[in-house]
Design a protein around this ligand. Structure first.
Ligand SMILES: NC(=O)c1ccc[n+]([C@@H]2O[C@H](COP(=O)([O-])OP(=O)(O)OC[C@H]3O[C@@H](n4cnc5c(N)ncnc54)[C@H](O)[C@@H]3O)[C@@H](O)[C@H]2O)c1
Length: 273
């Protein structure tokens, strides 16, 4: 514990159950002295898990569908009332693709589902930023982080439309980061995370095999949800106050590794020169 977020107020989206990356971020933010509001889609509330997290972190829950500007407006207004001032950090940890859920191949995408995926997983980020800016709800120097995946840069066939959607998410971080940076010095970044065993992650076809592959490629192994949370905490802290408009890989070195000895050995190739 370093008290990195002492006195800071936040909004954390996307904690569905204890495997969620957002769940770990909330636990760590609490440990680091932050006060925050938890939010998720009204439908996710019915599962009741988030109540446990709220109790554990002494926080309140405000339901909000991240595709609804009205819900997001209410979220920022109520959060400021509950926390007693402007917001210092926001975590966008929201992803959903009906095409992935229904195992539809990339070349045969259903466009209604595609649009729904864009709305939930990328435009929701723009909306969260635009509503905050309009209400002037984020303090100067505040930090906003969204979670992404490397399929935004390289092709992973099983990730289908979410690859394109994550590319858009990362672009929104850059574009909005420019405007919000100039106006209020608000920082906006995406963290590109290793495959992680969560509800959204394991919903991807062949996730288990790919998880093992990525683990074998990465010199440090796959980064887990708890270490992703640690990284997000540093980005919410004042220690990273000049970092903005970046897509930051948090993946144990995966994105810089071509092939590893372990993968070669598994393929029956002797890795020694
Ligand atoms: N798990 C992985 O392998 C992995 C890897 C890289 C990036 N990510 C990203 O991390 C983020 C969090 O996912 P996770 O892996 O913790 O899974 P998760 O399933 O625990 O979290 C996804 C969350 O999105 C919420 N959500 C869906 N629709 C919503 C809506 N309309 N409004 C508000 N919230 C909504 C869900 O209720 C859920 O809490 C996502 O953006 C995901 O793409 C995940």
């Amino acid at each position: 514990m370093y008290n990195l977020l002492k006195g800071k107020r936040g909004i954390i989206t996307g904690a569905l159950d204890e495997n969620s990356i957002a769940w770990k971020v909330a636990e760590k933010a609490h440990e680091e002295g932050a006060e925050f509001v938890l939010t998720n889609a009204p439908i996710a509330m019915r599962m009741g898990e988030i109540d446990k997290l709220a109790e554990k972190t002494n926080s309140q829950i405000i339901p909000a569908d991240a595709t609804s500007v009205e819900d997001l407006t209410n979220l920022y207004i109520k959060s400021q009332e509950i926390l007693g001032g402007k917001i210092d950090f926001v975590l966008h940890s929201i992803g959903m693709s009906v095409n992935i859920r229904k195992k539809i191949p990339y070349t045969e995408l259903n466009y209604d589902y595609f649009q729904k995926g864009i709305d939930v997983s990328a435009l929701s980020f723009h909306k969260m930023l635009a509503v905050a800016k309009k209400l002037d709800a984020i303090n100067e120097g505040g930090s906003v982080v969204a979670l992404s995946y490397m399929a935004a840069q390289r092709t992973y066939p099983f990730y289908t439309d979410m690859a394109d959607i994550k590319a858009m998410l990362e672009s929104i971080a850059r574009s909005f980061g420019y405007h919000y940076g100039i106006e209020k010095k608000v920082r906006i970044n995406t963290v590109s995370q290793s495959p992680t065993k969560t509800t959204a992650g394991t919903g991807v076809k062949g996730f288990g095999d790919f998880y093992d592959f990525a683990d074998a490629v990465s010199p440090l192994g796959n980064a887990d949800a708890a270490s992703c949370a640690d990284y997000c905490i540093t980005l919410f802290s004042d220690l990273t106050r000049m970092v903005t408009m970046q897509n930051l890989f948090h993946d144990g070195g995966y994105s810089s590794t071509g092939v590893s000895d372990e993968v070669l050995t598994r393929l029956g190739v002797d890795p020694q020169p």
